[in-house]
Design a protein around this ligand. Structure first.
Ligand code: BDP
Length: 498
């Protein structure tokens, strides 16, 4: 990245305002100066206009089944990975699946498995899943408090093996298994929904007859499949699902990612209608910025944190129960795409080596040998996960043309407001109205030196919620203002709001 990059220069300039920037109400107003040229944004909060209750398990992860080939990866002994999961959420959901789940051979299965035809863009060899990997996975789930959604093959066409694997997962993981999903993105290999349904039905029947819960359809990009599946099968399913990626790498850019995806929001609303009618949660069981492994310099930089926080909250606002960001080691993702990883971990410093062995879009970097660390996306997830269990409330935003989003929710007696300035060029002063007069709380910022920063991120949410970030006070007329530099986000928590 060049230091002559104007975006970076402006961001650094804007960052210089940060020490002054958390003015909110009378305490800090005296010291607050709006950066010259900052757009005047207004947000009116309507706590009486209640929206969706955000799921406890909003933040989730998705990994390839191939990741289980090394039973040491998802293991209670990986303390750093356990901590990263727990710190993100005490009630998260881990989805195991991806392309490699459709190529997985369960080694305890004694029946015939047809020779698998490899194809361009898919795994070149079957994944061999051993019972030991399920045992260590079960330990990892116990250590983290997370639950499991597990994908079995549809593509191979061996329901008997899928049933045996589903039963083994259920037996070994126990109550921590939420559901089995059958087939990964079958829209990529079944001609249409009817063909999928026909192939899926014998699997679903056999797995359900074995007493194991199912979910689906785990389609890649077909909302119409979700709707049709809900009509036919919702009653037999624990939840409904599909995936999301904005585009295929190497297409994509920071500007493209931060522009958002209004078309997808509309699709989610349709899927949610189907989910609501059938009283089933809807989860994005696999999602990330750019498929085909992610885009370097976009999926793994600070921009992905702002995108991830905004994406999760936009989904939560529409009622999506979970967003599972796909990731894992570079070799697991590259294998899922029929490619060989070129993970030249030659760097001497540990952080760079962990980064090198990790897929570009993964929110966590590292492996069982090198240890683990958070990537930028992880911090964005942390911000959004603060809304878990809260109830969304209406907030009317006039963004004055700035690419800025805002979300408000009530949790217990506290009001939460997330402000995300995704604009690379404009700082904003957000005037908040409709707050409780003289309310008090904390303002926690999510920031980094620049949108393309890979490190140096700060999310001021500390373990000690009472002292995280900065104190803020609302004025006597229920107003306060927050200066939000370009390319940064903030979480405002006003305690004893009601
Ligand atoms: C999804 C697949 C997953 C891939 C991912 C990608 O389910 O296995 O790793 O795309 O292309 O469609 O990055």
């Amino acid at each position: 990245m060049s230091t002559f990059d104007p975006t970076r220069r402006q961001l650094l300039k804007a960052a210089a305002w940060l020490p002054l920037a958390s003015a909110c109400g009378r305490l800090a107003f005296a010291g607050d100066v709006s950066p010259p040229g900052a757009a005047q944004v207004s947000l009116v909060v309507h706590p009486e206009r209640l929206g969706r209750v955000v799921s406890d398990s909003l933040a989730g992860f998705s990994y390839e089944t191939q990741q289980l080939e090394n039973p040491a990866f998802f293991s209670a002994d990986n303390h750093a990975l356990v901590r990263l999961f727990r710190d993100l959420s005490p009630r998260g959901v881990l989805r195991i699946g991806g392309n490699s789940s459709d190529y997985t051979v369960w080694t305890a299965y004694r029946g015939e498995v047809p020779a698998q035809r490899t194809h361009k863009g898919g795994p070149q060899r079957p994944v061999l899943l051993k019972p030991e990997a399920l045992h260590t996975l079960a330990g990892f789930l116990r250590a983290t408090g997370w639950k499991l959604v597990f994908g079995v093959n549809l593509k191979i066409g061996v329901p008997a093996m899928a049933v045996e694997l589903a039963q083994a997962v259920r037996q070994i993981v126990g109550e921590n298994l939420i559901a089995i999903q059958i087939g990964n993105e079958a829209n990529n290999y079944e001609a249409d929904y009817g063909a999928f349904d026909q192939a899926w039905t014998p699997y679903a029947k056999a797995i359900r007859d074995a007493g194991v819960p199912i979910a689906g359809p785990d389609t890649g990009a077909n909302t119409d499949w979700v709707i049709e599946y809900a009509k036919r099968h919702a009653g037999e399913n624990v939840f409904l699902s599909r995936h999301y990626y904005k585009e295929a790498a190497p297409r994509g850019s920071i500007a493209d990612l931060l522009a958002g995806d209004a078309g997808f929001h509309a699709e989610v609303e349709q899927a949610m209608q189907a989910a609501d009618i059938s009283h089933r949660p809807f989860r994005l069981t696999e999602a990330n910025s750019y498929y085909l492994g992610g885009r370097d310099g976009v999926s793994n930089v600070f921009a992905s944190a702002l995108w991830g926080a905004d994406f999760m909250l936009a989904m939560a606002q529409r009622g999506v129960a979970g967003v599972h960001f796909h990731g894992g080691t570079l070799d697991s993702i590259e294998a899922s795409l029929g490619r060989t990883a070129d993970a030249s971990a030659t760097a001497t410093d540990q952080a760079a080596r962990r980064d090198a062995v990790t897929s570009r879009y993964s929110a966590i970097a590292g492996d069982a040998t090198l240890g683990f660390q958070a990537r930028p996306l992880y911090y964005g997830m942390q911000l959004a996960q603060q809304f878990a269990g809260a109830q969304m409330v209406a907030a009317d935003l006039d963004a004055a043309g700035v690419n800025l989003t805002a979300y408000a929710a009530m949790r217990g007696h506290a009001l939460l407001i997330a402000l995300i300035n995704k604009d690379a060029g404009r700082d904003a002063t957000v005037s908040l109205n409709g707050l409780r007069a003289r309310g008090e709380g904390r303002l926690m910022r999510l920031r980094a030196p620049a949108l393309d920063s890979r490190s140096g991120l700060v999310f001021e949410e500390g373990a000690d919620a009472a002292h995280a970030g900065r104190e803020v006070t609302v004025d006597a007329r229920g107003r306060c203002s927050v200066v939000l530099p370009r390319g940064s986000a903030a979480l405002l928590r006003l305690d004893r709001f009601v």
